[in-house]
Design a protein around this ligand. Structure first.
Ligand code: 5GP
Ligand code: MN
Length: 342
């Protein structure tokens, strides 16, 4: 964040304001963790804050402090729009382009109020008034929220156990429990600091990860046995899930989170994708190891984006056609995919 933006935001937050915090569609642990942590911090400065999410978030985040105050647009769109219209400041967390906020996009774009970006995705739009964007060396938006509170706002005295729990969830979920996007001292420095506030990291990990329903674990089994395709000639694998699969295994939002990573856990694979069929499109998650850039891949071919090693996108066609398109692209990218890597 540059000096000008720092003094702007500090000035804005001097007096109580009506603040909206909004996160991306299909909010994950980082989006919810960052939003709740920022809310709990700003409340102590006497602001009035509403966290808005475009649609529902996974059940395994429901235990998080103040999650019961989150307003969901798919359940209460009018209230969300009212809060956006009334806001003096809108914080946009964990996304960098308004197309990522689903049914709230228009209301946010129409709002003339100050929009503050705090995010770690590559190539942010320039439509924000104040920007705190850091990508390559940053694990998560939650890590940025820690820096925002402690270093930018000089608010270390407002840090507490609830904020630390939220930020811990954000960092562990966005790094696959510290297995990617975390090759930085700064990430571990922040994590280490969170323990000052009395958090129980092991218990948080259990609450987030050991929450599978029987159908979810069996869906994982189905993916690995029946829906995983390995294409050694491209050092690539992919998993596909049809609507029928999802129905058969009692799919609930969040159930396929993390499954994409299994495709990458073979030593011969450097690129993987998970295709899942929705009503109007095929949703695709991409993951890679090393230099193969899946942000570029998702942006160029599937209307998406994200990070170098983790991204997502959509194909507005049938599952068969989406997979055919993907396979044709593998041939095109073969030289890159098969070059030596660590
Ligand atoms: P996931 O596969 O877990 O849904 O997403 C992986 C990463 O890519 C996340 O950081 C997410 O924010 C980003 N991402 C997923 N889908 C999209 C998309 O459609 N557009 C953009 N710009 N980013 C996405
Ligand atoms: Mn994130």
């Amino acid at each position: 964040m540059d000096k000008e933006d720092i003094s702007l935001i500090k000035g804005l937050l001097l007096k109580p304001k009506r603040i909206v915090i909004v996160v991306h569609y299909n909010p994950d642990g980082d989006a919810i963790g960052a939003a709740l942590a920022l809310k709990i911090y700003l409340q102590q400065l006497n602001h009035s804050i509403h966290v808005l999410v475009p649609n529902s978030y996974p059940d395994f985040l429901e235990w998080m402090p103040q999650s019961e105050t989150i307003i969901q647009a798919t359940k209460n769109q009018e209230l969300c729009i009212e809060k956006i219209q009334e806001a003096d400041i809108i914080f946009c967390l964990d996304f960098n382009t308004f197309s990522r906020v689903g049914i709230l996009q228009q209301a946010i774009e129409n709002s003339m109020t100050t929009k503050v970006l705090i995010d770690h995705h590559i190539d942010p739009d320039t439509s924000f008034d104040i920007m705190y964007s850091s990508t390559e060396t940053t694990s998560s938006t939650s890590e940025l929220i820690y820096n925002f509170i402690v270093n930018i706002m000089d608010g270390k005295k407002y840090m507490n156990k609830q904020i630390a729990e939220c930020l811990y969830v954000g960092i562990i979920t966005d790094t696959g429990s510290l297995s990617y996007s975390c090759n930085n001292e700064s990430t571990y420095f922040v994590l280490g600091n969170l323990f000052q506030y009395g958090i129980d990291g092991e218990s948080i990990h259990r609450k987030v990860y050991d929450t599978y329903s029987e159908s979810r674990i069996r869906l994982l089994g189905h993916c690995l046995i029946n829906r995983l395709i390995v294409m050694d000639e491209y050092a690539t694998s992919f998993i596909y899930l049809t609507k029928e699969d999802l129905t058969n295994y009692n799919y609930k939002q969040g159930d396929i989170e993390g499954i994409v990573n299994y495709g990458l856990s073979m030593d011969t694979v450097r690129f993987t994708a998970l295709f899942s069929e929705r009503d109007d499109r095929i949703r695709i998650s991409f993951r890679s190891k090393g230099n193969f850039n899946v942000n570029d891949f998702a942006r160029c071919h599937f209307n998406g984006g994200g990070h170098k090693n983790a991204s997502g996108g959509n194909a507005y066609k049938s599952m068969e056609d989406a997979i055919e398109e993907f396979k044709a692209l593998l041939e095109q990218y073969k030289p890159l995919l098969t070059e030596p890597w660590e």
